[in-house]
Design a protein around this ligand. Sequence first.
Ligand code: 13P
Length: 279
Amino acid sequence: MIDMLSKAKAGEYAVAAFNILDYNSTRAIVNAAEELKAPVIVQVSVKTIKVWGYKAIVSWYRELAEESPVPVVLHLDHCKDIGVIKSCIESGWTSVMIDASSFPFNENLELTKKVVKLARPKNISVEAELGEIGGVEDDISVNEEDAHLADVDKSILFCWETKPDLFAPAIGTAHGVYKGEPKIAYDRLEEISKRTEIPIALHGGTGLADDVFKKCISLGCAKINISTQLKRQFINSFVDYKNQNPDDFEPVRYIDYQYSQLKADIEGFIRLFGSEGKA
Ligand code: 13P
């Protein structure tokens, strides 16, 4: 992911990172990226690993990505469990996120250092988080009052000490569906990005306006996470197909419809983030 994201940062576009749910969503992501000649990140939540297991997910990834003409990263999303991170590293993930942001600063620092030490010799990239991003992700819920932005000086110290490949400071976005208009701390994002010189990950992509994405990319965001929109499309596509074809009980046609709906959403984000043609 390091090479992918340093090119994105320099070229002022962002690589889209989509949370997968199963094989159908994974192939929609990789095939959309191939059609648009875009680099892409396939990311996995811990609860998705608990459903399918490490081996199955890696086998989908290898099957789709190994022969692919575009670069595809397999990334572990938010995880504070070192055991799960180790298993991902051993199973074939190419990138991991340690999210110890709910712990006190020093504990976050130590855990992040530990993960960087495990991953770096194996050429696996590491994303780390500071501050608390609001909303619900992987069944971890942070309500609005508890969400807090990453402090600039602490971010610099944290990145200096831990040396992650990618940094996710909380800057006012939230996982899930936005209730009001999000207040993005652009000044903070700009300062953190300039002073750390590390590509920034933007979490909580679903529901942000196009101009918010564009501004965040111009200020240093090189990876943008999209999960909720695909989760909703995953379910709604089946429901819509059933409503339009109440007598159809052939699952393969549902799967095809779901695939095309997911792929259309994915292509929209890739175009919006400017990564089309950048593979
Ligand atoms: P959304 O669910 O808001 O799209 O956020 C995704 C995310 O940031 C995953 O880490």
